[in-house]
Design a protein around this ligand. Sequence first.
Ligand code: ASP
Length: 588
Amino acid sequence: MQQRTHTCGELTEKNIDEIVSLCGWVHTRRDHGGLIFIDLWDKYGLTQVVLNPQIDQLAHQEAHSLRGNFVIAVRGKVRTRPEDMVNPKLKTGTIEVFIEELEILNPSNTPPFTGWEHQEVGEATRLKHRYLDLRSNELQKNLELRYQITRITRNVLDEAKFIEIETPILTKSTPEGARDYLVPSRLNAQKFYALPQSPQLFKQILMVSGMDRYFQIVKCFRDEDLRLDRQPEFTQIDIEMSFVDEKQIFSLVENMITEIYKQALGIDLEAPFEILKYKDAINRFGSDKPDLRFGLELVDVSEVVRGAEFKVFTQALDSGGQVKAINIKTSAGALSRKALDDLTEIAKTYGAKGMAWIKIQQNELQSPIIKFFGKEMLDRLIEAVKGEPGDTIVFSADTPKVVADSLANVRLGAAKLLNLIDEKLIKLVWITEFPLVEYDEDQKRNIAMHHPFTAPLEEDLNKFKSNPNEMRARAYDLVLNGNEIGGGSIRIHRKDIQQKMFELLGIEKEEAELKFGFLLDALQYGAPPHGGIAFGLDRITMLLANAPSIREVIAFPKTQKATCMMTQAPSEIDLKQLKELTLKYDLS
Ligand code: ASP
């Protein structure tokens, strides 16, 4: 095979008259009288090559057998294209290569689709032939961006004296709230490894070892129902450091994220990022991952409407609930009936029984509910939400949870519906002081809101017995335009506190020893104060690439049913393999 001298995206008028060798795939072939034109493709671009029967009879004959996707090598001379054939869209659009030698390196069957052109093929076909799909511009660009993000991350962390340390994949499970993927052990019959949901405990133990600053770009595994845009295996940028508090972690991360934006996208971000306490985020936006690109904040009007004759409000308030409102301001005036119906549907999807509303017209209020309020109360209500003519006020009256969930989603829905989001804005916000635990009605016990190794706020340490549900955690999430992209915490580094935490979670002493004995042991041998964070690389890449799904930024993703269409994993295994593992199917 000829040695290639250039890629298919490289040649310009500067190369005129040079003899060059190119390798690539036949993208398109056009026959024009005696001449055959081929667009030769590789990941760097397209180059037009021309076969003239007068130059090389043999090559020309061979060119007749060429089809799309054949892999070929060509050698020839670079020429200027005739003026009417110049393609200003291509970097190589002013030249072509006149072929003197053609070699077919590998023919190709007719593919079910060509990855190069946007074709209407189902995702199943695209995933089955992922090698074709990956030839598309979008996927090539996405994977390049993904690589740049990891490269920049590594550089930033390297400069800050972090080292990358690998932790085991065959391990004991660290619960992060999902099911484990299990691997049977052949050498230890009836025993199983778990694939890590995250390297959480290993990275903490590395701090006990004095490693000081660890990171790892690492695969994690969670066996969840993949309703959402999730993958059973995903990649985390995992970070841990010793002798730090929240401030140092935030500033490291802010540096990392601003460098990623600057170097990968040429965008300058402002740092430090905003910080919002969990409580304030829920109060103002109904959500712990608020999109701050637009306003539409929630206003608590419970005290203003208390005593009104409107049953829906009084019932909610009498049973300890709340009434909250959003003033939806648009330049186009009050909302249409259709828009109100759409938003009511959203409110109902998130648990509300309905959605009351008031439109403020030039000289009057319009709403089916105003008859239940006195004039003075209405005035106070409009003042509370800073209402002006043209505004529409929407309400939710229910338990705090339903009010928050429904209005958070009405807020998002209204912003989308009314085009209130400036897509160019990038709003990053830290959410802090999450509750340490939340009570799970199904399991009838407290569960850790972040994970069981997260430290409580210093001033809440005395509430383990008296008021655990009021305890706040030293946990933080980083939210980008309403998407959680990372989360972490300052950890518990003392055995006695870790034991209290297990107790609070209803984990008995014995169970704690069995599951986390190695951590409790390590905490007794000089564990320094430490903390860290982990980012979802797939999600960050998706958001930066503006891709519609994380599957578009993963080379070989799995489907919603956690299968790989290309390799057909998971697949059945030999009975012999099962036997070696001392496992049996129970088909009952
Ligand atoms: N291990 C946590 C997670 O995977 C992140 C952290 O606390 O660092 O979400």
